[in-house]
Design a protein around this ligand. Structure first.
Ligand code: NAG
Ligand code: NAG
Ligand code: NAG
Ligand code: NAG
Ligand code: NAG
Ligand code: NAG
Ligand code: NAG
Ligand code: NAG
Ligand code: NAG
Length: 446
């Protein structure tokens, strides 16, 4: 069965590769794509990946998990650049792709404007030569988001495959062709979860993934992070303006749950920022200083608040939860509660919502599932972290625990950020997208 699927995929890839350009422009009949999103709990903190198929010269298809990174300037993954593109020269179980030459304009462009910048990184020179061609390749620096260590990758031409969708199910494969990514050595992925061998740039950089879809999909990313690491029940990442449906609401487009706030730009960053005026807990507002920036992050697990803000939030939250017995704090949290187990079933903590009151009067509601983390059998903590007193970093960084089972939208067409607040209150979750492929001609086995 697997072999049959692979054969069908190869056949499809063959058809697509013969008509690369025209297929990349025209996506009958849908203009939104979708990929599964997995939660990984085997690294120091929970991390999330998007599953993309990688394709090399029509002969090999591999599922690859890319770390979801909304700050990364470009895509990079564990692959081998080769000038000589004969399939048999690629080592078994490795992915081989074509390098970009140092003479091509995108090499200089990526190096000058869209590369990772850090004084500790080695210089990006033209000296790298690969066997099989006299031309130099294009080394660019990549920085591991966890160790912060730099390594040198080579810019390449990649083909990545996602599925088109009608919003309810995946349909046919769509090859995002000849995009620029970089091949990094396997050693660049230290502290990554097992099975995650790449970084998917979903930032506002011109080399982020969504910019390579051309007219096929609008530059709108809709991310729904799952709360469970069950790989049979993944979350979803949509590229394009929807609709998006989550079971059991098969006739209700979830974009109708969205509220929007402007996406703010910050110099020297491809990341996403929003304006938070106040954090509201049970009617009381904790004002946020005007110049405090709020960044969104997909690699930080918990929302981090600068000490002056953190102290006030924790103080207010302890006050409104004073009936709940406290537990000894479990790092990195400072406010933890004892949770009762009655006859084997956990009684959920009842705590007030936390509201992020935004620049334009909208409120992103953080309900218990996104504010309280069960850290041990009998202990649950307020899942916010003290970010220290320094003012050179962002005052607020919203982390992934607060995104789980929320649909969040990075709309680069209209420079706005959309949020649904908890889907659990709408009787659905991020794990409820139906990934059964409905293309009757061929099943891609997603
Ligand atoms: C690399 O080579 C290209 C083409 O010869 C040239 O335009 C570019 O300036 C060189 N870059 C560096 C860093 O030497
Ligand atoms: C730059 O590199 C150093 C050394 O590896 C690291 O400690 C620092 O965090 C990096 N800076 C940024 C902004 O990532
Ligand atoms: C890695 O992937 C393999 C094959 O898909 C799977 O069996 C294994 O459980 C995964 N490991 C982790 C830690 O997710
Ligand atoms: C999923 O998480 C559970 C605990 O929540 C853990 O026991 C299990 O090993 C995890 N599975 C994988 C594949 O990481
Ligand atoms: C994982 O998800 C599948 C599909 O929703 C479900 O059938 C299965 O019971 C789940 N496994 C666990 C351990 O929760
Ligand atoms: C923010 O504003 C306060 C008071 O207006 C000022 O003391 C502080 O230096 C400012 N911080 C930054 C990072 O601009
Ligand atoms: C716990 O279970 C026992 C027997 O099933 C029942 O008699 C008792 O009322 C339950 N206690 C609570 C608090 O639900
Ligand atoms: C998922 O979609 C397939 C194809 O449309 C459908 O047959 C199946 O019933 C759907 N699953 C659920 C749980 O609705
Ligand atoms: C299935 O393939 C046929 C022939 O290639 C094509 O005409 C038809 O539109 C395809 N159907 C779907 C649903 O893609």
């Amino acid at each position: 069965m697997l072999l049959l699927l692979q054969t069908l995929v190869l056949l499809l890839a063959l058809i697509i590769s013969q008509e690369h350009e025209s297929i990349a422009q025209y996506v009958p009949p849908y203009t939104t794509m979708v990929s599964p999103v997995h939660k990984h709990t085997d690294a120091a903190t929970p991390l999330y990946s998007v599953q993309i198929d990688t394709l090399w010269e029509i002969t090999r298809i591999t599922h690859t998990n890319f770390l979801i990174d909304i700050d990364a300037p470009f895509i990079w993954h564990d692959c081998i650049p080769q000038w000589n593109k004969h399939p048999l020269t690629c080592p078994m179980f490795r992915l081989c792709v074509s390098p970009v030459s140092c003479e091509q304009s995108q090499c200089t462009k990526v190096r000058n404007s869209y590369s990772y910048k850090n004084r500790s990184c080695p210089p990006e020179t033209n000296t790298s030569r690969l066997p099989g061609s006299g031309s130099c390749s294009c080394p660019i620096n990549v920085m591991n988001p966890f160790t912060k260590s730099c390594s040198q990758a080579l810019l390449n031409y990649d083909n990545l495959i996602v599925s088109t969708t009608n919003g309810r199910n995946p349909f046919s494969a769509f090859v995002v062709s000849t995009l620029n990514a970089a091949c990094a050595p396997s050693s660049s992925f230290k502290l990554f979860p097992a099975n995650v061998t790449g970084v998917m740039a979903l930032s506002s950089s011109p080399y982020a993934f969504q910019t390579f879809f051309n007219q096929a999909a609008k530059r709108i990313l809709a991310l729904c992070l799952p709360s469970s690491n069950n790989s049979s029940a993944p979350g979803a990442l949509f590229y394009g303006d929807g609709p998006y449906y989550f079971l059991p609401h098969s006739n209700f487009d979830i974009t109708r749950f969205l509220s929007y706030t402007p996406l703010l730009k910050h110099p020297d960053s491809f990341g996403y920022f929003i304006g938070i005026n106040a954090i509201v807990i049970k009617g009381r507002s904790i004002e946020i200083p005007m110049n405090a920036t709020t960044r969104l992050s997909t690699t930080k697990a918990y929302t981090t608040l600068r000490t002056d803000i953190y102290t006030r939030v924790v103080k207010r939250f302890s006050k409104v939860t004073k009936r709940i017995p406290l537990a000894k704090p479990v790092a990195p949290f400072s406010l933890c509660f004892r949770t009762l187990i009655t006859n084997g079933t956990r009684v959920g903590l009842k705590v007030p919502d936390i509201g992020f009151s935004l620049q334009d009067g909208k409120t992103w509601t953080v309900s218990t599932a996104n504010s309280i983390k069960q850290v041990k059998k009998h202990v649950a903590c307020l899942a916010f972290v003290d970010g220290g007193a320094t003012s050179d970093e962002d005052a607020i960084v919203i982390g992934t625990f607060q995104f789980e089972d929320n649909l969040v939208v990075f709309d680069l067409e209209n420079l706005r950020f959309g949020f649904s607040s908890s889907l659990l209150r709408r009787q659905t979750s991020c794990a409820n997208f139906n990934f059964t492929n409905i293309n009757t001609n061929r099943s891609l086995g997603y």
